[in-house]
Design a binder for this molecule. Structure first.
Ligand code: ADP
Length: 173
């Protein structure tokens, strides 16, 4: 599918916490209070300010937690980025099609980024780690949704931690 937007959709193998972009997206969990994988890396690198803001969100707008498929921003602490956009991917299910929720993560995160005025955004491969989403399907949904929603950004970058994820996303792009 052609990219209708002129925004560059790019891909790199690396660590999302080191990306010099306006906003990095976190594959968070609904508690917003930290976890493993990319979530743990972001909180470790960004420092305690991010968690403090997440706790505030849990005390106000998201007392029940951030629902799957939605997104919310905090500052990025000590990372080069200005903002972290936390989104909650769906856990993979064999019996239920949750693709729309995964697409929603990418769409809602870009919506939040747009509201913030971010021009460059970096995404990890949401749900494809601990949440068990098959990598090729996760890459297909990620690339299709970002291509549809990237209008107005200078760059939307996929940051893949390992070679296998990088290869799969590269093939999809
Ligand atoms: P989820 O719970 O949504 O599956 P994970 O954090 O477990 O999220 O995994 C999502 C993807 O992020 C996986 O491909 C994992 O290898 C990758 N990942 C882990 N750490 C980093 C990092 N520092 N930068 C970019 N990607 C990362």
């Amino acid at each position: 599918m052609p990219n209708p937007t002129n925004a560059a959709v790019t891909i790199v193998q690396g660590d999302i916490t080191e990306q010099d972009v306006d906003a990095v997206v976190n594959a968070a969990n609904s508690s917003l209070l930290g976890g493993g994988g990319v979530d743990g890396a972001i909180h470790r690198k960004g420092g305690p300010d991010i968690l403090a803001e997440c706790r505030e969100l849990r005390g106000s707008r998201y007392a029940e937690g951030l629902p799957t498929g939605q997104a919310v921003a905090t500052t990025a602490g000590r990372m080069p980025a200005r903002w972290v956009i936390h989104t909650v991917g769906p856990v993979w299910s064999k019996s239920e099609d949750r693709s729309e929720l995964l697409a929603s993560c990418y769409r809602e995160s870009l919506g939040v980024a747009r509201e913030l005025g971010a021009r460059t955004v970096a995404f990890p491969a949401i749900s494809t780690g601990v949440y068990g989403w098959p990598l090729d399907d996760g890459a297909r949904i990620a690339v299709a949704t970002v291509r549809e929603e990237a209008e107005g950004f200078d760059e939307v970058r996929f940051v893949l931690f390992d070679e296998r994820s990088h290869g799969t996303f590269a093939a999809e792009l």
